[in-house]
Write a protein that binds this ligand. Sequence first.
Ligand code: ZN
Length: 260
Amino acid sequence: MNGKYTIIGVLLSIMALALLPGVACAEDDVLFQVSTIDALLQGVFDGFYTFDDLKTQGDFGIGTFDSLDGEMIALDGDYYQIKADGVAYPVQGNMTSPFSTVTYFKADQNIAIRNASNFTELSRQLDEQLPSRNAFYAVRIDGTFPYIKTRSVPKQEKPYPRLADAVKNQSVFEFANATGSVVGVWAPEFSKGLNVPGYHFHFITADRKAGGHILDLQVDEAEAKVDITAGFAMQLPTTGDFYNVDLTQDLQSELQKIEK
Ligand code: ZN
């Protein structure tokens, strides 16, 4: 065999290996974020990042839609829109998001949760086991939950209100003995202004028909899976209201009222 062709063959094999799907790449541990929470708090609800593009940044995460039209949850590569009627709809690729956080989920750590009677107690049990408070984590909990309280928000009209005013018209849903998945993010304190410091969880039922942004929940016995996402990437809007909003203020107290 001609030596030159052997070398070309080896090079092509190496290139093919590098392109194989599923081969670990650096992006696996990047938490990718669209816009900032402080922009969303001030009513920057203009979607600009398409879900076709977002799907290339992760198979797992949470967020919202153009005009604040519901709660977004993504898991196992499937994206859902939980509208104010509480129903989960499949997301179309040409829809856009004004705020989202996604990653390619791959668990690094399992945390056993036992008898967490509410959101605070679940947070405490997770806090005890997480390796550091100075990192971003993606968190997933599958199971049957004795109680979950969620909300979703109705689509807003321009001129957009602040998020605190928009959620005054939120719909609240209560689930008893609901089987499904909790999907979310833990963001460190130093990320305030960018994301939601602490835990931010959304829920979807196992039949993928209902869910929302979690306000409270009870966990009897479950395994929380944690993906340590050491990389952090952010895409800011170049259109819409973002360039003109004042992002110099501390909005943490306003955020806390909205999230829980
Ligand atoms: Zn949320």
